[in-house]
Design a protein around this ligand. Sequence first.
Ligand code: ZN
Length: 259
Amino acid sequence: MRIIRYRYHDHVDWGVLVGDVVHALVVSPYEDAAPGPPLYPLDSVALLAPCQPTKIVAVGRNYAAHAAELGNVVPEEPIIFLKPPSAIIGPEQAIVWPAASARVDYEGELAAVIGRRCQASAPPEAMHAILGYTCGNDVTARDLQQRGGPWSRAKGYDTFCPLGPWIETDLDPADLRIVTRVAGQVRQDARTSLMVYSVGELISFISHIMTLEPGDVVLTGTPAGVGPLVVDATVEIEIEGLGLLRNPVVRAAARPSAS
Ligand code: ZN
């Protein structure tokens, strides 16, 4: 099942996508969701980010080839960090390149969306807590990150967490192709089978630190091939079985100078 959040004129709601038709969502996505009556054709609504998490937990260096390309070793335990929910944007919304950075990178990632509260869970139980998966882009101001210190600034700017286009609930995350394109050119092309820590291992590890709530997002790390975005071009993250998340990149508007 494909769970969406959408806007239709002034109306924002959950829905279920069946083919190209938006259906109502019976109950909430976190309690036995099922498609209700058909409402609108897909092309008449704007898709929004498909969840509203209390937190986004991201994982660093979870693909060996990516760790190596940035001169890092594979960690002995998962490296985790938080991105703020205020960074979330949906499909087709613009990533804003901040004036403080000279290099803003894409990071295409499989995003797991939690469906049930998950606390101190073993990996099999952690897998059962997942509602489904969506495409994520862990946008990063690489130059600010490489100055050192916590990554909250480099990865926390508004618009630095595109998610979408929907939550696919029937998907095995073990071996999916993940492709990132900038201006139509392939920059990342890998498989989730290359993860150092599996989705179940990651969520189990995180759940022993912080309780994961329904709607929370775990970004599972990016494969090799990271590089800069391009202003006025689009970036696409496409994951097998999941669809495609596309966002344009714009430069931040110059602030009026203080007078
Ligand atoms: Zn990342």
